[in-house]
Design a protein around this ligand. Structure first.
Ligand code: ATP
Length: 374
């Protein structure tokens, strides 16, 4: 069934997508809904299936199972050129011998639009992206920022609903990346189309994404806004993949008043069980607590306590990260803002505490990973 654009609230829907290469599963029963005008980042380690997912959306790979819907239309049987998307590649992949005007016209020429329409729309697009003055130049005479605008203009001239971007700023200089990210975010907001951006860089995903999709081994581990991914990691994998979490593994000793007491080699700690009401004593679980939420001056509310010795201090610009060694030899990360007065020196003993509600219990690894929560 096809919905009209007015009825449809999704730019993209993936329903139960599975893709194997031989016996290797690259994408496993993956479902994802992207509402209108969302900036979505597919985040995960190398080989987890991000690019394959992007290529399936584009129609460059065919899944064995599942459905792809773009703008309310099922497109599984459509070739790439009639699907309503554009693609931006790593380092922009501009055609080296073509003038900027020709590059920008390329998409419309492929669609065989009338010459007059192409001329008019190219002029408009060159103006929109403020690259009119570059129209007769070749890409190798442009700066990185100018090349990026040309690539965007070339991708977006056909006015697609979706822009697919595969590590588009992967090898740009650090100094250029910030500016490029801000500009891309601004373009996405202005045009109101959805961007699906593949990256393995969590900082990129967190600063750009309205929605971050964390993938691992062909599956989605968690979908949500950056804050939810950072502050409430759903699984052990997400907690370990996202920087700044301390992960504990232990056995449930008791469950009372909505909290579980979990015995770990470093001590016993209380963690809320709101999302795991059926948890029983004896279950092996993991939970995490963020390094920036720990207190080195524990008060009565910080019921979870540890003693530690400072092993090393790392200065990361806005924050200091401390590697603390616990009495059982394990290490614990603690982060504080650069401006914080109470600094810890190497070799110093510290008391650490956190509130019950600061701990996040993880779903068990066997929980169905495609039943993600936003
Ligand atoms: P990266 O960040 O390294 O690009 P990714 O998350 O985008 O990784 P994919 O490129 O989607 O990962 O690949 C997922 C898995 O599928 C990898 O193990 C890869 O080797 C495998 N794969 C991808 N394409 C093919 C292919 N055409 N033939 C065989 N295996 C493939």
């Amino acid at each position: 069934m096809t919905t009209t654009p007015e009825q449809n609230q999704y730019d993209l829907e993936l329903k139960g997508i599975t893709k194997h290469f031989g016996s290797f599963m690259a994408v496993g029963n993956l479902s994802l809904s992207v509402e209108r005008g969302q900036f979505v980042c597919l985040l995960g380690p190398s080989g987890c299936g991000k690019t394959t997912t992007l290529r399936i959306i584009a129609g460059l790979e065919e899944p064995e199972k599942g459905e792809v819907w773009i703008d309310g239309r099922r497109v599984d049987d459509d070739p790439p050129w009639v699907r309503d998307f554009a693609m931006m590649f790593q380092d922009f992949a501009l055609f080296p011998h073509m003038t900027i005007r020709k590059q920008v016209a390329f998409g419309l020429e492929m669609l065989k639009r009338p010459k007059e329409e192409i001329r008019r729309r190219v002029d408009e697009t060159l103006a929109t992206f403020e690259i009119g003055a570059l129209a007769d130049r070749k890409p190798d005479t442009l700066s990185g920022g100018q090349q990026q605008r040309v690539a965007l203009a070339r991708a977006l001239i056909t006015q697609p609903r979706l822009l697919l971007l595969d590590e588009p700023i992967g090898s740009l200089d650090f100094s250029l990346r910030e500016a490029v990210m801000l500009e891309l975010k601004d373009v996405q907001r202005r045009l109101g189309i959805s961007f699906i951006w593949v990256t393995h860089d969590q900082n990129e995903a967190f600063s750009l994404g309205d929605l971050v999709v964390v993938m691992n081994h062909a599956r989605i581990e968690q979908v949500g806004p950056p804050e939810a991914i950072a502050e409430r990691p759903r699984t052990r994998f997400v907690a370990e993949f996202i920087q700044g979490n301390n992960v504990f593994e232990g056995t449930v000793e008791s469950v009372e008043n909505g909290n579980a007491r979990i015995g770990t080699p470093s001590g016993s700690f209380d963690v809320p069980v709101e999302d795991a009401p059926l948890l029983a004593p004896g279950a092996v679980v993991t939970f995490s607590v963020r390094a920036d939420i720990l207190s080195t001056r524990p008060q009565a509310e910080h019921v979870n306590r540890l003693e530690a010795t400072c092993n090393a201090v790392e200065y990361l610009g806005a924050i200091r990260r401390y590697d603390l060694q616990l009495e059982d030899g394990r290490s614990l990360k603690y982060e504080q803002f650069r401006s914080a007065a109470a600094r810890i020196k190497e070799g110093e003993r510290v008391s650490i505490g956190w509130r019950v509600e600061d701990g996040v219990l993880h779903a068990s690894p066997s929980a169905p990973s495609d039943e993600h929560r936003a």
